[in-house]
Design a protein around this ligand. Structure first.
Ligand code: ADP
Ligand code: MG
Length: 401
């Protein structure tokens, strides 16, 4: 099937052309060094391919939240060395992303050179998607590539405005992410299961409402399961629970029923009296046996076994949010066990598994399961908006070009 967007395969001969590439270089730093280079590594395939095909590669990216003001501690020059090391070649730095200084720096680049242009957010127009800034950036290049899915939920000049002014293509990381998301929720093999966990219903309401319409099995874990249990009349004791959202939870039960989606809630749970590692009060009990002074902190082992049986009947899985307070042992057990089962089913070839979310990625890494998932998105906010069924402006701008 042809893709609804153009990729690097559709660019033709780009030797000598100036290609503006939106990447996500917004990496965490400490004492002048990059502390997690995941995002830089994701940029490498597209940058190397364009350079090897003889383009002048001009990277557009934001860094932190300078709010339209130049601030030296948020200069992308700080990231240049780390990216050079990963690429195994020199990366130049150009001190603006628009205007004469940028044009002068680009004019002396040779085919195959790679340069980072200064933080797009040093211009107030970036976050306003100001057409003047989009135009000034577009003037520096012949072609535009968006390789930053994680920034695509924002309609900014460098992610959206510029895509309408130059021939626009998806980079390799963007392409991989869009393909994986399409396979998981766009046009998935059925049955489809979704795992939604995490702390609160309130932060994931839109996700739950979208998923009940899309999936065959909705597995609810984490703190948010307590609100659904309360809606079913379960006394959840001292557990994290949004009692004011019980009506909302009932609405989700109704929509699921109408859509033919089965909601799975735990029927046994791990509880404790205090939120601490290996507390003496730890025990496994039926959901109907939680004492007034106990908190539900994880899904129980019997429920995990039942959920594993559900996954065995499914072809596709999307996962956001841990099943329990996985940072604190032993409340990582259900998340680790179910993640391992999903990883094994994926390795066997019976399941397509896509996961995302900050704590979810950490939990899957902790379980040693991330490498066997079909795709793990590190996109955070953009991944959640996609789980909510929203059109991401930076992706929409690439469609049908
Ligand atoms: P993500 O970052 O992957 O989107 P969330 O931020 O929504 O995930 O949820 C992760 C948080 O949910 C973790 O900090 C975890 O401790 C918490 N959590 C999970 N289950 C429970 C529970 N039963 N009680 C309290 N907190 C929980
Ligand atoms: Mg989180």
């Amino acid at each position: 099937m042809p893709k609804p967007f153009k990729t690097l395969d559709d660019m033709g001969d780009i030797a000598g052309k100036a290609v503006l590439v939106r990447e996500d270089l917004n990496v965490p730093m400490a004492e002048g060094s990059v502390t997690d280079d995941t995002r830089l590594r994701a940029a490498v395939p597209t940058l190397l391919e364009l350079a090897e095909r003889g383009a002048k590669v001009l990277i557009l990216a934001h860094f932190g939240r300078p709010k339209g003001l130049k601030s030296p501690e948020l200069s992308l020059s700080l990231v240049t060395r780390g990216l050079s090391q990963l690429l195994g070649r020199q990366v130049q730095f150009i001190p603006d992303c628009q205007g004469e200084a940028a044009a002068a720096g680009i004019a002396v680049m040779r085919a195959g050179d790679i340069a980072i242009l200064e933080n797009t957010r040093f211009h107030a127009g970036e976050e306003k998607n100001d057409p003047a800034l989009s135009k000034a950036m577009a003037a520096l290049g012949d072609l535009y590539v968006n390789d930053a899915f994680s920034a695509a939920h924002r309609a900014h000049s460098s992610t959206e405005g510029i895509a309408h002014l130059l021939p626009a293509f998806a980079g390799r990381s963007m392409e991989k992410e869009l393909d994986a998301l399409e396979a998981a929720l766009g046009n998935p093999d059925r049955p489809v299961a979704a795992v939604v966990g995490g702390a609160k219903v309130s932060t994931k309401l839109a996700v739950l409402e979208h998923l009940v319409e899309k999936v065959d099995h909705l597995i609810i874990g984490g703190g948010m399961a307590n609100t659904f249990l309360a809606a079913r009349g379960v006394d959840v004791g001292k557990s994290l629970c949004e009692h004011d959202l019980v009506e909302t939870a009932n609405g989700i039960f109704e929509r699921a029923e109408a859509a033919g989606c089965t909601i799975h809630l735990p029927y046994d749970v791990a509880v404790a009296k205090d939120f601490a590692a290996n507390p003496p009060s730890y025990r496994i009990c039926n959901v109907n046996e939680v004492a007034a002074d106990e908190m539900i902190l994880d899904v129980g082992p019997a429920a995990v076994e039942a959920l594993a049986d559900v996954l065995k009947t499914c072809c596709t899985l999307v996962w956001n949010g841990p099943l329990g307070a996985f940072e604190i042992p032993p409340f990582d057990r259900a998340t680790v066990a179910l993640a391992k089962i999903a990883a094994a089913l994926t390795a066997e070839g019976s399941l397509v598994s896509v996961a995302g979310g900050g704590d979810t990625v950490a939990a899957l890494n902790h379980a040693g399961a991330a490498d066997d998932f079909t795709f793990v998105s590190t996109a955070g906010g953009a991944f959640l908006e996609w789980m909510e069924g929203k059109q991401l402006p930076g992706v929409a701008a690439l469609m049908g070009k």
